[in-house]
Design a protein around this ligand. Structure first.
Ligand code: ZN
Ligand code: ZN
Length: 187
């Protein structure tokens, strides 16, 4: 097994952080990196000690959950709290940043944004990043790089589905399994 590539290493950290999210609408993670070192991380959640969306439900205004601080914001604020410079840093996010986070990222002097998944990519955010000279690059997250048995598991499932087909499992159920399989292993 080879060594995990930098992009995937930092992106994996962001995906791990996203698992700590307390908002039920979308789970996002962000990792700020300088000189190949993680200097801060964040996920979208309530203020410290506040009510959590997962307990109290989201607080939705104009189709946005206003209870949470976004992952990128939390990571940047962590740097502010502990006095860590973000100038010329890079940020790895699970999703394309929203307009507010876009502005915060620019203002914090972060120069590169790597994101795994498109999310309502706002044209004004794209424009602002361009104007500010922030490089934005989509780096799809490849979980097979995290799981050394990824290919073996995929193969096992694929074989099992073939057998199910031979055994005459109804078409509808087979299709459902295939869909799940593609989502898990090919998505
Ligand atoms: Zn929420
Ligand atoms: Zn945001």
């Amino acid at each position: 097994m080879g060594r995990i590539a930098w992009h995937q290493y930092f992106l994996a950290q962001s995906h791990l952080l996203a698992l700590r999210s307390t908002c039920t609408r979308l789970t996002v993670g962000a990792t700020i990196v300088r000189d190949k070192r993680i200097i801060a991380g964040g996920y979208n959640g309530s203020i410290a000690g506040g009510d959590h969306c997962m307990d109290e439900g989201c607080y939705v205004i104009d189709n946005h959950c206003v209870r949470t601080i976004h992952a990128e914001m939390n990571a940047i604020l962590q740097c502010a709290k502990f006095g860590v410079g973000t100038e010329n840093a890079e940020i790895y996010v699970t999703h394309f940043p929203c307009l507010q986070c876009c502005k915060a990222i620019i203002q914090a002097g972060i120069k590169t944004v790597y994101y795994a998944t498109d999310y309502k990519n706002h044209p004004y955010a794209i424009e602002l990043f361009q104007q500010a000279g922030v490089v934005v690059e989509k780096v799809p997250f490849a979980p097979e790089n995290m799981d050394p048995l990824f290919n073996e598991k995929a193969q096992l499932l694929s074989n099992a589905m073939e057998d199910l087909k031979k055994l005459g499992l109804e078409e509808e159920k087979l299709k459902q399994y295939e869909k799940e399989y593609i989502k898990l292993y090919k998505g």
